[in-house]
Design a protein around this ligand. Structure first.
Ligand code: NAD
Length: 333
């Protein structure tokens, strides 16, 4: 099996590559044996892509790295040609950036996905795994979304992801392509660019600085370790039903205020380091995924509980300043 991973130098994509090549962050036990013959990473290396994320597998002879844009039809056509499976992570991924400038989100997330789907269709690629997010559903005050819930995205980021999900599913319905879609919840762990809340707060606190807490801090998110997110995607890649959507979640919901409390404790800091800031525009109050389908059909269960995962993540940022200090100094890349 020859696997193409788009966005494989990013946070989640790089864990997927490490997992495919037998060097994941978490225990490999319980991970489906996909045993790829080759893994190609196609990544533009935007500000959030970092070749250092692939250091643990850099010398694996099965790995090939192509620097390039998923919106470039000629390049994508060439790269897709020799692959049996595409696992598509590449995206503009930060909600706050989409609020100040939506254009790259529409270009990469919608046009880039369509460019890949067209190439996969031309070359008869065996399976297309489209990696998406719980944010496509909007906000839910109580209960949880099932996979058939209509999409109602709130931000330009989530709207562009919803557009790409619908395109991927349309290629299944129109052309009979073997497409599966995953929608994961808020993901955390090592190698996450320090603009997202957990690495931003942890690195600010480790540097003796303050952390900005949006609004009343009451927004609720489910937290999923990056290793568990990738285990879920691997199960879907191997056993998911074509044309279906699968939810992947960690199982622990926290308000941002509760999360902040845990991070302060882990970094030996007090509430005096928290600065309340005006709420994010269009800020979704709560996300919550029903994970019955992936649990019952594919046997998925998260393996890393939040307390342990957060402690290990804080430890990783403490011990890997050389990874994140240059990114904080020049966040535009
Ligand atoms: P990330 O920003 O860390 O990584 C994105 C990667 O895509 C980077 O390596 C970047 O260089 C690459 N990329 C961006 N534009 C590109 C282009 N035009 N061509 C080629 N490569 C390009 O993001 P992430 O957090 O790892 O997210 C990966 C995927 O998972 C995204 O599709 C995102 O929507 C989805 N997702 C993320 C989360 C989360 O909490 N981070 C949760 C659910 C789903």
């Amino acid at each position: 099996m020859r696997v193409l991973v788009t966005g494989g130098a990013g946070f989640i994509g790089s864990e997927y590559v490490r997992l495919l090549l037998g060097r994941p962050l978490g225990a490999a036990a319980g991970v489906p044996a996909l045993e790829p013959a080759t893994v190609t990473v196609l990544d533009k290396l935007t500000y959030s892509g970092n070749p250092a994320n692939l250091d643990p597998v850099r010398h694996d002879p099965r790995l090939r790295f192509v620097r390039g844009d998923i919106c470039d039809p000629e390049l994508v056509d060439q790269v897709v040609a020799d692959h049996d499976v595409i696992v598509h992570f590449a995206a503009e991924s930060h909600v706050d950036r989409s609020i100040t400038g939506a254009a790259p989100f529409v270009t990469t997330n919608v046009l880039g996905t369509q460019t890949l789907l067209d190439a996969a269709l031309r070359h008869g690629t065996g399976r297309f795994v489209h990696v998406s997010t719980d944010e496509v559903y909007g906000s839910i005050d109580e209960g949880s979304w099932t996979e058939d819930r209509p999409l109602a995205p709130s931000s330009p980021y989530s709207a562009s992801k919803a557009g790409s999900d619908l395109l991927a599913l349309a290629y299944h319905r129109t052309h009979g392509m073997d497409v599966v879609v995953t929608r994961g919840s808020n993901t955390y762990g090592p190698y996450q660019f320090p603009e997202k809340v957990i690495p931003l707060f942890v690195t600010n606190l480790l540097d003796g600085g303050t952390v900005p807490l949006y609004g009343d801090g009451g927004n609720v998110r489910d937290w999923l370790h990056v290793h568990d997110h990738c285990r879920g995607i691997a199960l879907v890649q191997r056993d998911g039903r074509a044309g279906e959507v699968y939810h992947i979640a960690g199982g622990t919901e926290l308000t941002n205020r509760e999360l902040t409390g845990r991070l302060l404790e882990a970094c030996d800091a007090g509430w005096d380091r928290v600065v309340p800031v005006a709420d994010r525009k269009g800020h979704d109050r709560r996300y919550s995924l029903d994970t019955t389908r992936i649990r019952e059909e594919l046997g998925y269960a998260p393996s890393i509980d939040l307390d342990h995962g957060l402690a290990e993540t804080v430890r990783w940022y403490r011990e890997n300043r050389a990874w994140w200090e240059p990114l904080k100094a020049d966040p535009a890349g």
